[in-house]
Design a protein around this ligand. Structure first.
Ligand SMILES: NC(=[NH2+])NCCC[C@H](N)C(=O)O
Ligand SMILES: [Mn+2]
Length: 290
């Protein structure tokens, strides 16, 4: 039913721990049979503001191709990062496959502390894991907008963010210009998670396919320390299970990402074990099938 695969992408942030974190999961949870797609190193242009752009692009293209082939087998892709730049490959595959086979637009639910919607013109860090949503909207550097097919893969009105708590000022401008629906973690606490989830479900209810991309740094690093860019506060385990449970039951989720697990910062395997438990939850819970 599910095909579980991953890529130890680290070139989108440069955190060395990410290079071995996927192997750590593969060895610790052999039962998950995680297929590994390697990073594809390319020659880089030292003047490019986006660090390791050619390598990240080549790797995302290979992720997109593999993921497209998973859809062709009729299985549901469950993809493990690596840093969040990988979503340019995975979500492009969902969008292009659904467009090719059903002529349908895909929705995107992005659960994250960060908006990841900088462009090459606004990024301060130069890290590509901070730009993938722009790339999926067809904005910014063209080397990152053409996976499987040129141009935008998602319409801004088909995207919902949940849990933002660290938005760069230019990212807020882009979110507003694009009219993207987003729920900060503060808003979720004020208005309750169940209300925000209900609104998310009805906002996306016209879609036949939704890609769900989950960044572990959306969670409180005091509970889940194994990430590269921790931000104070954030979701509890119970809240994450409530989100997945509701979204899977009420929306046609066609593909899943779980990203940014960094073993280097984990403590007592808390984050690693949570990833495997979340995979188990996804693969065994009730789903409204896409
Ligand atoms: N997927 C992530 N952890 N992204 C963090 C992005 C942080 C910051 N906004 C940047 O652009 O560099
Ligand atoms: Mn992210």
């Amino acid at each position: 039913m599910f095909n579980i695969f991953g890529c130890p992408m680290h070139f989108g942030v440069g955190a060395p721990g990410l290079k071995y974190s996927l192997d750590y999961l593969r060895n610790r949870y052999e039962n998950l049979r995680i297929v590994k797609l390697p990073e594809i190193p390319m020659e880089e242009d030292p003047d490019c503001v986006l660090k390791n752009r050619n390598t990240v692009a080549a790797t995302c293209q290979s992720i997109a191709q593999y993921m497209y082939s998973v859809f062709e087998t009729g299985k549901i892709p469950l993809f493990l990062g690596g840093d969040h730049s990988v979503v340019m490959g995975s979500a492009s595959a969902t969008s292009v496959y659904m467009q090719d086979h059903f002529g349908e637009d895909t929705g995107l639910i992005y659960i994250d502390a960060h908006a990841d919607i900088n462009t090459d013109a606004t990024t301060v860090s130069g890290n590509i894991h901070g730009v993938p949503v722009s790339a999926l909207l067809g904005l910014g550097d063209e080397k990152l907008t053409g996976f499987l097919r040129p141009g935008a893969k998602f319409h801004p009105e088909n995207i919902v963010y949940l849990g933002l708590r660290d938005i760069d000022p230019p990212e807020l401008t882009i979110l507003k210009e694009q009219g993207i629906r987003y729920y900060t973690y503060d808003e979720i606490c004020e208005r309750s998670l169940s209300v925000c989830l209900e609104e998310t479900v009805s906002y996306l209810s016209h879609l036949h396919y939704v890609h769900l991309s989950f960044d572990i740094d959306s969670m409180d690093p005091a509970i889940m320390p194994g990430v590269s860019v921790p931000v104070k506060g954030g979701f509890t385990e119970a809240e994450v299970y409530e989100m997945f449970g509701t979204l899977m039951k009420k929306l046609p989720i066609a593909a899943y990402d779980i990203v940014e697990f960094n073993q280097e910062y984990d403590r007592g395997n808390r984050t690693a074990d949570f990833v495997s438990e979340l995979v188990h939850f996804i693969t065994t819970s009730d789903r409204k099938d896409a």
